[in-house]
Design a protein. Sequence first.
Length: 98
Amino acid sequence: MTPEPELPEETKRLRATALGYEAGVGRAPKVLATGSGEIARRIIEIAEQNGVPVRSEPALAEALSRLEMAQEIPEDLFQAVAEILVWAYGLERKSSIS
């Protein structure tokens, strides 16, 4: 059995959470994927491959990483998540105008 390769320090500290929302189902976005280290790197890679905007917000990523899969975001994170959604929709709008 060969040892697993050592991850770069930046990957070890990385955290990522993917959120999703289906209109009319629930009242808030839900956790679709979450992880740290190599799993976080893969979440980001898959998002980028699919044209999903990615933004670095370490404190929010830390808070979201404590949630369970399929859990709706709690009310105390609504404001922070709303700000990210406004940013993402702004990017989408800019690209559709161009």
